[in-house]
Design a protein around this ligand. Structure first.
Ligand SMILES: [Zn+2]
Length: 427
């Protein structure tokens, strides 16, 4: 599990600590910029040339970065262009969603090699979940032409609370997902480091590295799906809260007399607008409107109707379903207006499975924000829609493994070790 151990950070004057921090800056700078030489790194990071030279040499020696080309620069020696070495590691990211399993394989640069998705029933038994994860993982590895032993880590994205110390997870939305020792279950099956984190935070991580969060210091990612959460980025770092439970915007209450919520309260935004609330309301629509297109898109089963089927029916012209999506979008918009007022971000990125092919809901969300948020604060925020699709949290889970590998290297530097490992070279 990836957690920064505050009590292990030495005094700031400690040279090995400074070196590990500067190494992190150089890796981050190379990830954010293309075609950078040592000179460019020194200018961008404000580190002196000797420090950059030493750190770059160390990273080249470890194989974490490599020289991609040499550019002639006048009469002097050609400039060596540096980049992250993707071949340094291969990582899997698996998103355990309420109604899906998504997976990606990424290289050490974070770029996706392959991706996959399986639609599943709501919150299945943990043992079945593990079987499906193994099946998905097998397919991903096969598609990428890799074997299990090629993996250097697995990241798990979970829609709920993660108890870091125990590696167990709990979701209030699924009765069968209580205190599941997910880290141990994966550790037993795969002999690599396992990182577990909340799906909204991992979505924010994917946006930070590859989405609309690139180049943005402070932003919020709204994760709209079976549940509703948000990822918070402050100064390009994921904000976790005091105990890793930040971002529960879906459980902020907007009507004390509202519908019961899975958390035990009433009138939370989720109780009006989450994917599970849409399923609940869709059942009523089906019973009251036997002519609704929802009967067709759901296969004639009110008990099993899900939000994807509601979106499809709405897009086919079902006015009741369109009304449900507008109603949900309004409540989400209220929640996000409150979040913007509270946080004053420079950007709000709206993502998650609930917005895929769902212009009706998105329009209601943005209109509600624009008409409810305080103008002085609204002027500061750019509202934008994620382009990463439904696999963003899985991607973030893969990226979390890369950060875990980097952190191990930084810890090795701080402990006076070289942190060396063999470079993985694939045919
Ligand atoms: Zn709630």
């Amino acid at each position: 599990m990836w957690t920064e151990k505050k009590d292990s950070i030495p005094e700031k004057g400690d040279q090995s600590y400074l070196r590990s921090r500067n190494t992190a800056r150089i890796l981050e700078t190379l990830r954010q910029n293309e075609n950078f030489s040592r000179q460019d790194l020194a200018e961008q990071t404000n580190l002196d040339k000797k420090t950059v030279l030493n750190i770059v040499n160390g990273l080249l020696e470890k194989g974490m970065i490599h020289i991609t080309s040499r550019q002639a620069d006048g009469a002097g020696r050609p400039k060596e262009i540096l980049d992250i070495n993707g071949n340094y590691g291969r990582y899997a990211g698996i998103d355990l969603g309420g109604t899906h399993l998504s997976g990606v394989l990424v290289d050490f640069s974070g770029k996706q090699i392959v991706s996959g998705n399986i639609e599943v029933h709501n919150g299945m038994e943990p043992d079945t979940l593990m079987k499906l994860c193994a099946y998905l993982m097998g397919n991903l590895l096969k598609d990428a032409g890799l074997k299990e032993y090629d993996l250097s880590g697995i990241g798990i994205s979970f829609p709920g609370f993660v108890a870091s110390s125990l590696g167990s997870v709990t979701s209030e939305n699924f009765p069968k997902w209580q205190n599941i020792p997910i880290q141990g279950m994966f550790q037993e099956r795969y002999n690599v480091p396992i990182c577990v984190d909340d799906s909204s935070r991992l979505m924010a991580l994917a946006e930070l590295w590859f989405g609309k969060g690139r180049g943005c210091r402070d932003f919020i990612v709204a994760d709209l799906g079976f549940g509703i959460g948000c990822g918070i980025v402050i100064d390009r770092k994921i904000f976790r809260g005091s105990a890793g439970k930040s971002g529960e915007v879906g459980h902020t209450i907007v009507d004390v007399n509202g519908p019961p919520c899975t958390c035990g309260s009433r009138g939370c935004i989720e109780s009006f607008a989450a994917g599970w609330a849409l399923s609940r309301d869709a059942q009523v629509v089906m019973k009251e409107h036997p002519d609704s297109l929802l009967w067709e898109t759901s296969g004639g089963s009110p008990e099993g109707v899900n939000f994807r089927q509601v979106i499809l029916a709405a897009n086919l012209g079902d006015s009741c379903c369109a009304g449900l999506l507008r109603y949900a979008g309004t409540y989400i918009g209220i929640g996000l207006s409150n979040t913007i007022s509270f946080f004053n971000p420079s950007r709000l990125i709206i993502g998650g499975r609930l917005i895929q092919d769902n212009e009706i809901l998105l329009k209601a969300v943005t209109e509600t924000i624009n008409s409810n948020c305080m103008k002085q604060i609204l002027d500061d925020v750019e509202i934008t829609v994620s382009e990463l699709g439904g696999g963003a949290s899985a991607w973030g889970a893969g990226i979390s493994c890369i950060l875990n590998t980097e952190n191990s290297y930084f810890a090795a530097i701080q402990n006076g070790q070289n942190g060396a490992r063999k470079t993985l070279v694939l045919a």
